[in-house]
Design a binder for this molecule. Structure first.
Ligand SMILES: Cc1cc2nc3c(=O)[nH]c(=O)nc-3n(C[C@H](O)[C@H](O)[C@H](O)COP(=O)(O)OP(=O)(O)OC[C@H]3O[C@@H](n4cnc5c(N)ncnc54)[C@H](O)[C@@H]3O)c2cc1C
Length: 339
């Protein structure tokens, strides 16, 4: 029998540091344990919890929460310039990036210091500094929580988009992702330094010529540490909202009143506008509301200053969405999963 605990506090299990309780809580270390648990017919619904770095708990969690601790890292195949690595979904993402960089394997160094687990990375196709998980993704295995059947999802099956995949839409909550296979490079790494302050930071680090993946990872860690609040100090889930994609007409309209409004043309003819800029224009940046607020260095990050409730954070998010909609006609969408 797999043991199921009851009435467990989730405060240590979410980076917002919010209080909520799980009615039933079970730690899963292997696929065999997961299969056995499903045969035990635990209280429904079943939900998967990784590092809790992309969830806002607005109430207690009913059913059974499955805390993912499936570990493992192995090199599956090696070619001249490429390797396929298989990663257990309960591995820590940043530790995995560190491991890859130490082995001289390139492809995920720009994704350094993103909190959470390997298994959650495909759920929202994590991305930072010009790289997304989909760029290195080969396949994943997942267990259907309804039927207990295992299934392989190849890249095309995952419908990856900007902070999106089939696991956040059609199959939301249906599968427990158990492992991933990524394709990394052994040499001739394709490096991405044109985003954010990477080049500037490398310069400050006195890196000349083509940077190594180790130097890029170090630069990304330095930038992120200087801009984003450490969840161990201030509870948060990183960017609370997605950057909206709007029509060219709406963007031109915004530019009439705000000639310096930032916007990035997309291949689909739309324009991506930074949500942080919109929120800042509405006066929210650095504003504290009760125990929550918008972070002073990055308006996109909402925080728990200690003692905030999930509903308090959700209410602030609602007010921000409303003010951006009223002022700019742009609908903001939460990136964070609200439970
Ligand atoms: C300071 C900070 C910075 C961040 N920066 C970034 C960033 O730069 N880019 C970015 O993309 N994200 C960023 N994030 C968000 C977050 O780190 C990622 O979304 C991460 O992948 C979430 O991992 P997790 O294990 O904590 O997932 P959780 O929060 O535990 O879960 C998130 C969702 O995924 C589902 N899920 C988790 N594991 C599995 C699984 N094995 N199988 C099926 N479903 C699963 C959960 O059910 C839930 O719906 C940041 C967060 C913080 C706190």
């Amino acid at each position: 029998m797999i043991s199921i605990n009851t009435h467990i506090s989730l405060r240590p299990f979410n980076t917002f540091g919010l209080d909520a309780n799980a009615a039933h809580f079970c730690t899963i270390h292997t696929i065999q344990e997961l299969s056995q648990l499903l045969r035990q017919a635990p209280p429904q619904p079943l939900r998967v919890l990784g590092g809790g770095s992309n969830i806002l708990f607005v109430q207690d969690v009913d059913g059974t929460l499955l805390k993912n601790e499936i570990k493992g890292k192995e090199i599956l195949h090696t070619w001249a310039n490429k390797v396929h690595v298989r990663l257990g979904s309960g591995e820590n993402w940043h530790e995995t990036v560190r491991w890859a960089v130490e082995q001289g394997l390139g492809g995920i160094e720009n994704l350094s210091l993103i909190p959470g687990t390997v298994g959650a990375a495909p759920v929202q196709n994590i991305g930072a500094y010009g790289v997304e998980l989909k760029d290195v993704f080969v396949r994943l295995h997942a267990v259907d929580l309804l039927t207990g059947q295992s299934k392989t999802f190849w890249k095309k099956d995952c419908l990856f988009g900007y902070r999106d995949s089939i696991f956040k839409s059609v199959h939301k909550g249906r599968y427990f992702i158990t492992d991933l296979v990524l394709s990394l490079t052994r040499q001739h790494h394709s490096i991405h330094v044109q985003y954010g302050d990477i080049s500037k930071t490398l310069e400050a680090m006195q890196v000349t010529g083509k940077p190594t993946i180790h130097q890029i990872s170090k630069a990304v860690i330095a930038i992120r540490s200087s801009k984003l609040p450490d969840p161990k100090v201030i509870g948060n889930c990183g960017s609370f909202f997605k950057n909206p994609e709007i029509t060219t007409a709406l963007f031109e309209n915004i530019r009439q009143n705000h000639p310096t409004a930032p916007g990035y043309p997309l291949p689909n003819g739309q324009v991506k506008i930074p949500a942080g800029w919109l929120i800042e224009q509405c006066g929210w940046k650095g504003k504290r509301v009760g125990n929550t607020g918008s972070y002073e260095k990055q308006a996109l990050v909402l925080f728990n200053h200690g003692g905030a409730t999930g509903t308090e954070v959700a209410q602030l998010a609602k007010e921000i969405i409303q003010s951006v909609k009223t002022r700019f006609g742009v609908p903001l969408e939460a990136e964070v999963n609200i439970w």
